[in-house]
Write a protein that binds this ligand. Structure first.
Ligand SMILES: *Cc1c(COP(=O)(O)O)cnc(C)c1O
Length: 459
């Protein structure tokens, strides 16, 4: 039995309604507008204009304190300003380069509010006709750009993990079609490198194939999968009576930003009749830099690919996608009944693990329209140049050394001074406000990682 006692209604229900919804008589139109302007001021003055503020100002505990009666909105905004914002991680600071978290481009911040205001639902065509068309066309656009061929299709997802999980599910249903209806996925075994993202373990759990049936193939010093090791691991599993069904190449590994030899991994996947997935959650944006394009050779072999514009394309979260070479795989993989919808149309709810989804397509489309392809190229190449500055600084500093040759705008370094651990160095830099780097585990050691995403990154 719930024990909560409910308070009476708000003191003044009409006033309450007016502060939450636009009244059809339009009497509170200006008040709602003012609320919006107050948010604009808060966002511009207290979030965006905090480039010189610390990485985190206040790490003291916080209590949510839900009141019986609603607070006045100006008071609430003041509380957000004084109590919440100081406790946030300040990605606006150009010295923050810890993880694959970018400062969102201005257009996508406001576009995200627009998405919320429109609030259409990607579950079905009838709940979001324009955005269903938009998402379909955007997925084909990205798929073609990334080399997936003319019949590609895809869906936006709530992150790269979900895209990877979806990819594995499609692979399972392709290899063992009965598993969709009857379950039973015994003997299936998947292959990724030891530098691949942890979402592949999650995925094996979700699809019922089991985490222990994910084989982690060794990588070289940069974090690129060893092709011969991949092939012998597959052969070994076959000898053990298992059924290889899924092989992934990583384009932009989580620690070093390495890109596997896509062509070679894809060829092996096809040779052993496996689904070939490319996890380009991070590195996919590299396609905009001509000097990186050759690294995507072989992507036409891929059955599916993950890409997150929320990382290296500066789109406000969330914005991630799963692209497939053949739309039919999405249909076969997810198709279920939507009895309460018009099913003669394209319903993304049937092509996706999610039901209701935001129209992230609008945000992505506005980002692409406003930047243009040349703008995407400029920003991606600029971040490569800025990361090269950092690399040169490391090279010139006798106390530091590079862990491996970078592929993308991710620089891995460590202390070369036996008196000073990388961990201590990192703490020092954070306290001085010099740099915020992360401290990933890499081949048994704690190292320092910089992901140079801020367009004004400096140190
Ligand atoms: C970020 C990342 C993921 C996971 O994406 P989320 O959006 O965090 O779920 C998966 N794979 C790679 C290579 C990534 O960089």
């Amino acid at each position: 039995m719930p024990t909560a006692t409910m308070p009476d209604y708000p003191h003044n229900p009409n006033q309450f309604l007016d502060s939450h919804f636009l009244n059809p008589d339009r009497s509170n139109l200006e008040d709602i507008r003012k609320l919006g302007y107050a948010f604009v001021d808060l966002i511009v003055d207290s979030v965006l204009d905090s480039q010189n503020q610390p990485f985190v100002q206040d790490d003291s505990p916080f209590a949510i304190n839900i009141p019986e009666h609603g607070e006045a909105l100006p008071d609430l905004l003041a509380e957000v300003r004084s109590q919440i914002l100081p406790r946030t991680v300040n990605f606006q600071n150009p010295r923050y380069m810890g993880h694959m978290d970018s400062v969102p481009s201005a257009i996508t911040i406001w576009a995200d509010a627009l998405v919320s205001a429109i609030n259409n639902n990607m579950l079905s065509y009838e709940l979001a006709p324009i955005f269903t068309e938009m998402e379909a066309q955007l997925m084909q656009w990205f798929g073609k750009l990334l080399g997936m061929g003319d019949d590609c299709f895809g869906t936006l997802t709530a992150g790269g993990s979900l895209a990877n999980i979806s990819g594995l599910l499609l692979a399972r249903n392709w290899k063992q079609p009965q598993s969709k209806t009857l379950g039973n996925t015994h003997n299936l075994v998947a292959f990724v490198s030891d530098a691949a993202h942890t979402s592949f373990e999650k995925a094996m759990n979700v699809i019922g194939a089991g985490k222990e049936n994910l084989v982690r193939v060794p990588t070289n010093d940069r974090g690129e999968i060893l092709i011969e090791e991949l092939e012998s691991a597959i052969q070994k599993s076959i000898k053990e009576g298992k059924q290889p069904f899924f092989v992934a190449a990583i384009a932009g590994t989580t620690v070093t930003g390495a890109i596997d030899d896509i062509q070679a991994v894809g060829a092996i996947a096809k040779c052993y009749d496996c689904w070939f997935h490319i996890d380009a959650a991070y590195g996919g944006a590299g396609i905009f830099a001509p000097k990186l394009q050759h690294l995507f050779q072989g992507s036409e072999l891929a059955d599916s690919m993950t890409f997150n514009p929320q990382k290296w394309l500066w789109v406000a979260r969330t914005c991630a996608m799963l692209i497939v070479k053949d739309k039919q795989h999405l249909v076969d993989g997810f198709d279920s009944e939507l009895p309460y919808m018009d099913d003669r149309t394209l319903n993304f709810g049937n092509l996706n693990l999610q039901g209701t989804r935001r129209t992230d397509s609008l945000k992505l489309w506005m980002a692409l329209k406003s930047m243009g392809i040349s703008g995407c190229r400029y920003l991606v190449e600029r971040s490569l140049d800025l990361s090269d500055n950092l690399r040169q600084w490391v090279d010139a500093n006798p106390d530091l050394e590079l862990v491996c040759e970078p592929t993308l705008n991710i620089i891995c370094l460590k202390s070369a001074n036996p008196q000073l651990s990388s961990e201590t160095l990192r703490q020092q830099w954070i306290e001085e406000g010099k740099l915020w780097l992360s401290l990933p585990l890499w081949k048994g050691d704690r190292i320092l990682k910089a992901v140079v995403l801020h367009p004004y990154a400096g140190f």
